[in-house]
Design a protein around this ligand. Structure first.
Ligand code: ADP
Ligand code: MG
Length: 706
């Protein structure tokens, strides 16, 4: 609750720089700091000292346990708690935590998705400390506390089994290649940082109603539900005044996040009823990824405390906007320079032009891979659905930079931009201000927004690590080619100008400033030869095709074996998720919807008989019963057909790709034939006879009793 002292609360559960400075001997602190800030190799001889300090700090906050906190390939997080407790011969208890325990822990890797890298008979895996993301203490309302140590997860044979390792490797790649290019501009910063600011969208629904929906609980989205009479057509939820219940939840959420040192900044109602957004101030791509995992977990937990349930699914409701996660990406130096800052005169800023050109080339050359980094089972419902960017990758630069690109293509140079527009309302009491040089384009998947690119395709439940890894890697790879060129050139400036012009020319096709939601764009993109990969399952092949294998190998980010495993995990993940959805549908029809509808029919029939007994023809009842009977028949047949399709699925299991396509093309394709009659029946049956909360109740009644 917020009569809270924010500066005092902020970071109080984080083993941050101030705590380390305070609790570590100066030489240990300096050594660790060099590793954290500048990527110097970790000196493992300091581990015992750090572990002791970490343990004492955590115990001072009330922690009894510690865990390596890691991110397996199920896209969530994992933790196994060990207490600090150790016994002595005399029966006393010691609170211990060694450097060895800090550095690594062992775990069973076969129970996490491994894409065939581990099986039950060869199961060993390790987690290892990532000191570049600070440890933190997680707590519960009753004061139970656990020290969480961010860690990577690897197999016994050394392959990465997580989303963090490739991200860290991609950060090294972009650090190295950016430095090579910057040297030519006379700059030698100690470190290059790839930044990410994540905006998180989510839905809140009443927890009691949520618990009455098997589909929400098990599949994360509604598989049934007739549209409510009102949706989002009045545009009355975006930025709308926040309901007290939600605001109290948000306030509690902020307090929790601030404790972890997470810079929770912006909160507002989103477009759809019941939908909210939280934006956190940007940090390096590794910390943002960790923080965002913690944000997602904390939203869920805090919501539950307030009688709410948080839906992180990309498309919880049909016909209503889904949720995304905007990843704002940029590059900066340890000297504080943002390499994507256009400065006052981008038209004459060769360094800025080189970086923009490299990003254009990287995105255009690797559009499939970037698209794949935002592919997930849930996100496929959202992309291209008049609410989120289409599945086509394009870049929006804004009027000014696009004109700069076109001038350079045409003439080899661009004129400085002098036009500034001042807002003047004509009301003297109102402020005047200079209007931004570029407008916003909400429909672009990859939009330049002043000094960063906003990747808007990513789904709300996805980890930030995947898109960040791909962005870092593809841009690093292009910068590597640029550096190679510059290093060979006699006249660097000439080479740089040539590179910029040639690249702008070759990749002009990726720029688009129009309406990305329109059908015309789909046609235009096809004419330009831009890929339009509509579905997650179709994306998987781009994860481990030859081009990707070579790219990730060149940049030392992922090996072929690691990429193959990820492709397998994606195919399997899709099949399993659709299997669950299908089973939930069948379950809900047979155990909830049909019994309720039939009971209602029975009531009508009884009423009709009563009316007949009085000599009146029950015309209306008979008509309704007949209509219901027809739909019930349709629903039952479609449900049985879906069950049959599910029964056949295991025969494709040996080939994960075929298995996934069976689920996409046969099982998922049958969903509508079940949902449509069910939703029509919902509209035919009396409100109090319908067994599960409706869209109206879920979207508009937060916290009301049913
Ligand atoms: P918008 O609604 O315009 O998208 P928000 O304020 O909701 O803007 O979110 C912007 C996000 O971009 C925040 O997370 C912010 O910290 C982040 N951001 C700002 N500057 C940078 C930058 N240079 N690099 C990366 N992210 C940035
Ligand atoms: Mg945004």
């Amino acid at each position: 609750m917020s009569n809270i002292n924010v500066p005092e609360l902020f970071g109080s559960y984080l083993f941050n720089d101030a705590v380390m400075k305070d609790r570590l001997p100066m030489d240990v602190y300096m050594s660790l700091k060099n590793t954290i800030d500048y990527g110097e190799p970790l000196d493992t001889s300091i581990a015992d000292t750090v572990a002791k300090a970490m343990k004492e700090w955590a115990i001072s906050l009330g922690a009894t346990h510690y865990t390596h906190w890691f991110q397996p390939l199920n896209n969530g997080t994992a933790e196994k708690h060990d207490s600090f407790v150790n016994g002595t011969k005399d029966g006393e208890v010691l609170m211990e935590f060694s450097g060895k325990e800090l550095l690594r822990a062992e775990s069973d890797a076969s129970s996490f998705p491994s894409g065939g890298l581990r099986n039950t008979s060869c199961a060993r895996g390790y987690t290892a400390w990532d000191c570049t993301s600070p440890a933190f203490v997680k707590d519960t309302p009753d004061g139970t506390k656990v020290l969480c140590i961010p860690a990577v997860f690897t197999s016994y044979t050394g392959e990465s089994l997580d989303n963090k390792t490739p991200l860290l490797r991609s950060m090294i790649a972009i650090d190295k290649q950016t430095k090579r290019v910057l040297k030519f501009f006379g700059k030698e910063p100690r470190k290059i940082i790839s930044n990410n600011g994540a905006e998180q969208e989510y839905f809140l629904v009443d927890k009691k109603k949520y618990e009455k929906r098997e589909d929400l609980e098990l599949a994360g989205r509604t598989l049934f539900g007739a549209a409510a009479p009102k949706g989002q057509e009045l545009d009355d939820n975006y930025y709308a005044g926040i309901k007290d219940k939600v605001l109290i939840f948000m306030s509690d959420l902020n307090d929790e996040l601030w404790k972890y040192g997470i810079l929770a900044k912006t909160q507002h109602n989103e477009v759809a009823p019941g939908q909210c957004e939280l934006a956190v101030i940007y940090n390096d791509t590794n910390i943002t990824n960790d923080n965002n995992q913690l944000v997602m977990e904390t939203i869920m937990k805090v919501a539950a405390r307030h009688g709410l349930a948080c839906l992180l699914h990309e498309k919880p409701f049909k016909g209503i906007n889904g949720s995304g996660k905007h990843n704002n990406w940029s590059l900066s130096t340890s000297d504080g320079e943002n390499l994507l800052n256009p400065t006052k005169d981008p038209e004459n800023n060769l360094q800025f032009q080189v970086f923009i050109a490299a990003i254009l080339a990287a995105v255009d050359n690797n559009a499939e891979l970037l698209r794949a980094s935002a592919a997930s089972v849930g996100n496929e419902h959202r992309l291209g659905a008049q609410e989120a960017p289409p599945a086509i990758i394009s870049i929006y630069l804004g009027e000014r930079l696009e004109s700069m690109v076109d001038q350079i293509i045409k003439k080899g140079k661009a004129k400085s931009f002098t036009k500034t527009r001042v807002y003047d309302s004509g009301v003297a009491t109102l402020p005047t201000f200079t209007v931004d040089a570029t407008d916003r384009n909400r429909t672009s998947p990859f939009a330049f927004t002043g000094n960063k690119f906003e990747f808007r395709m990513v789904g709300s439940s996805q980890p930030c690590a995947k898109p960040a890894t791909v962005l870092n890697t593809i841009v690093a790879d292009e910068l590597c080619k640029v550096a190679d060129k510059f290093e060979k050139a006699k006249d660097f400036e000439k080479a740089a100008k040539q590179y910029v012009r040639k690249t702008f020319k070759e990749h002009r096709r990726i720029l688009f400033d129009g309406d990305g939601y329109s059908d015309e764009w789909v046609e235009e993109a096809a004419r330009r030869g831009l890929p339009n990969i509509k579905h997650m399952v179709d994306c998987v092949q781009y994860i481990n095709n030859e081009k990707s294998v070579e790219l990730f190998k060149r940049m030392n980010v992922l090996s072929k074996v690691e990429l193959d495993a990820r492709a397998i995990i994606d195919y399997e993940g899709y099949a399993k998720a659709i299997n669950i959805e299908a089973l939930v549908m069948v379950d809900m029809v047979n155990k909830e919807l049909l019994p309720a509808i039939l009971k209602y029919e029975g009531t009508l029939a009884k009423e009709a008989a009563d009316i007949s007994a009085n000599g009146i023809d029950p015309k209306v009842q008979k008509g309704i019963i007949q209509d219901i009977e027809l739909k019930v028949d349709e629903l039952k047949k479609a449900t049985d057909a879906l069950s049959k399709k599910l029964e056949k699925a295991p025969q494709y299991m040996d080939d994960v790709k075929k298995w996934a396509y069976y689920y996409k093309e046969v099982v998922f394709d049958a969903f509508d034939s079940v949902r449509l009659p069910a939703d029509q029946l919902e509209d035919m049956v009396a409100k109090n006879a319908w067994p599960i909360p409706t869209y109206e109740e879920l979207l508009f009644e937060i916290g009301d009793e049913r």
